[in-house]
Design a protein around this ligand. Structure first.
Ligand code: C2O
Ligand code: CU
Ligand code: CU
Length: 569
């Protein structure tokens, strides 16, 4: 047994005893026969397409549910890639409505982002392709068609996109069958076994809140576990419901990762809010429980309008064996460089308001979505504070495309809960609360979206177009020569591959090296991470690109230097 593992178990021993006594299933009796075994969607295979259509699947035993989904699978197939992969998939729309695939949380070029303006019409197909260069983590994909997102997602169109990397391996986390993605959604029992999408005016105001929780598309789900440490990747794929995630005996779990991957430390919590669009990876140790016992993952009561905040049982864990995952709770995760509010170049405010019943009752800065209007121009690579001011009594999980941001404060309070600390793309803004986040767009330029991820609110127009400026010319940048030196690439001109070298003059700096084309579009990200002082050389193999002029852009701690690369075939 690893030492770390042992410490974890001892720490939980007290909680385990009390839990043991209140559980209804004692001794060695196994809790079988009640509920349905947790389902797992198939994994997308290399070269396989994603086909959008309606199909009939078994959600409740013995009956079928008509879903709108990909490859006849609800939930949609899980996509698993390695950081550094070039991801590419052919999307075929065989249904009668337009659709897109939006890669929620993934940093992709505008035309790969699956926005409503880039819908794929019935009978058409489109290849989504992009390099995966961002942090390993739990991401999400779903349809994002104009006025149809809520319906498509409700009827089944959502899946996991999991990015893995070698870096995560060093921490000894639970992997394989001990690393479990859990998609949490709610459906309406009155339409059971169908997923009818027919929101009333009240539903359009509050969101389409169901009363039956499904986990990975499974009602009354149970999952058989070993007495060991697990990693659960929680994804709230519900249209509008916020969950207050906790275990039935209030045992603590570790919050390991937020929307944008691993946190800088695993932190224990007893309950945590998870709003639509958010992900949270947690670690939980079943070792304190005896074989034959059960513990349930729940959403606890909290106060909200309508049925928001109602307690629900999400997933029952039945403890059945003594195998070990070999996983540990890591003590030292890689540090996250938290932005400093003193470094902001400006503040933007987004006032969330609610108007009359009817169309456009949810607004941002008084506006509703117009796909042909640009609402905000955002400078490239500049840190900004964005304030979401919620003037309503409703929850608004605010989501931004094309960036990972950091939460800075809630109502001015910078003492944040662990699930707010780390990289985020969606943040829950509570009723009448102001949430401030720090964001810097330093990947792709172009048009992206800012919206509420309550999908009834989003379809109603609670969404804006934001335009990220193209990176500015090197002449405009005041790079301090003492921070780093960027050399001309060698050879230049070059045929298919060239070396880019630079020297960092300070220890441990944040470095990104990206290649852009002459129009300012990102071609490839070659490096993104922390490097030590000294000389570094990175090779760019351009053989799959056409010849021409490119720009190599190195950003070190926010300072940009650019070289011109000439590719002659
Ligand atoms: Cu998951 Cu624009 O959304
Ligand atoms: Cu998104
Ligand atoms: Cu909202």
């Amino acid at each position: 047994m690893k030492r770390r593992d042992f410490i974890i178990k001892s720490a939980l021993a007290g909680a385990a005893l009390s839990a043991y006594q209140i559980l209804p299933f004692g001794g060695m009796k196994k809790v079988n026969g009640v509920g349905n075994t947790l389902r797992f969607p198939p994994e997308l295979q290399q070269g396989e397409s994603l086909i959008f259509n309606s199909s009939n699947v078994e959600v409740w035993p013995g009956t079928t549910t008509q879903v709108l989904s990909l490859n006849n699978s609800y939930p949609c197939p899980t996509i698993r890639v390695q950081k550094g992969d070039d991801f590419s998939v052919l999307f075929e729309n065989q249904y009668t409505e337009e659709a897109t695939i939006h890669w929620h949380g993934l940093l992709v070029p505008e035309l790969m982002d699956g926005q409503p303006k880039d819908a794929i019409l019935p009978g058409n197909s489109y290849t989504y392709s992009f390099p995966v260069f961002q942090r390993a983590g739990t991401y999400f994909y779903h349809s994002h068609a104009h006025h149809l997102t809520a319906k498509h997602v409700y009827k089944g169109y959502a899946g996991f996109f999991i990015v893995e990397d070698d870096n995560e391996l060093q921490y000894g986390l639970p992997t394989g069958e001990y690393d479990i993605p859990l998609l949490i959604q709610d459906r309406h029992s009155i339409y059971q076994p169908q997923f009818n999408y027919s929101p009333s005016n009240m539903d359009r105001m509050l969101g389409y809140l169901g009363d039956v929780p499904l986990v990975n598309g499974t009602p009354e789900a149970f999952f058989e576990v070993q007495r060991t440490l697990y990693r659960f990747r929680l994804l709230n794929g519900s249209n509008a419901r916020v969950y207050k995630i906790a275990f039935s005996d209030n045992s603590p779990f570790w919050v390991l990762a937020t929307d944008g991957g691993l946190k800088d430390e695993a932190v224990q919590m007893n309950s945590v809010y998870l709003s639509p669009g958010e992900r949270l990876d947690i670690l939980f140790n079943f070792n304190p429980y005896a074989i034959g016992n059960s513990i349930t993952l729940q959403s606890q009561n909290f106060s909200g309008v309508g049925t928001q905040g109602t307690q629900m049982d999400l997933l029952r864990f039945d403890i059945i064996g003594d195998l070990s995952s070999g996983g540990i709770v890591p003590q030292n995760l890689a540090p996250i460089n938290y932005y400093d509010i003193n470094d902001i170049t400006g503040t933007r405010t987004f006032t969330l308001s609610q108007g009359m019943m009817g169309n456009g009752m949810h607004r941002i800065n008084g506006l509703t979505y117009d796909m042909n209007r640009i609402d905000e121009n955002i400078p490239y690579d500049k840190l900004e504070e964005w304030k979401f001011i919620n003037t309503t009594n409703n929850f608004h999980p605010m989501h931004v495309h094309g960036v990972m941001f950091q939460v800075h404060s809630r109502n001015g309070n910078t003492n944040l809960s662990p699930n707010d600390r780390g990289w985020k793309d969606t943040v829950l803004v509570n009723p009448n609360e102001t949430v401030s986040v720090l964001a810097k767009f330093n990947d792709y330029s172009g048009i992206y979206l800012l919206h509420c991820h309550n999908l009834e609110h989003e379809d109603d127009g609670m969404m804006l177009n934001i335009k990220i400026d193209a990176p500015t010319n090197v002449e405009d940048e005041k790079a301090r020569p003492d921070t780093f030196e960027l050399n001309q690439n060698y050879p230049n001109p070059f045929n298919s591959s060239t070396k880019i070298s630079y020297r960092l003059n300070n220890p441990s700096q944040n470095v990104t090296l990206s290649i852009y084309d002459v129009n300012g579009n990102l071609v490839e990200k070659l490096f993104d991470g922390v490097q030590s002082a000294g000389a570094h050389t990175i090779n760019w193999n351009a053989s799959k690109y056409s010849s021409g002029t490119y720009f190599g852009r190195v950003i070190v701690d926010g300072l940009i230097k650019i070289i011109k690369l000439v590719y002659l075939k």
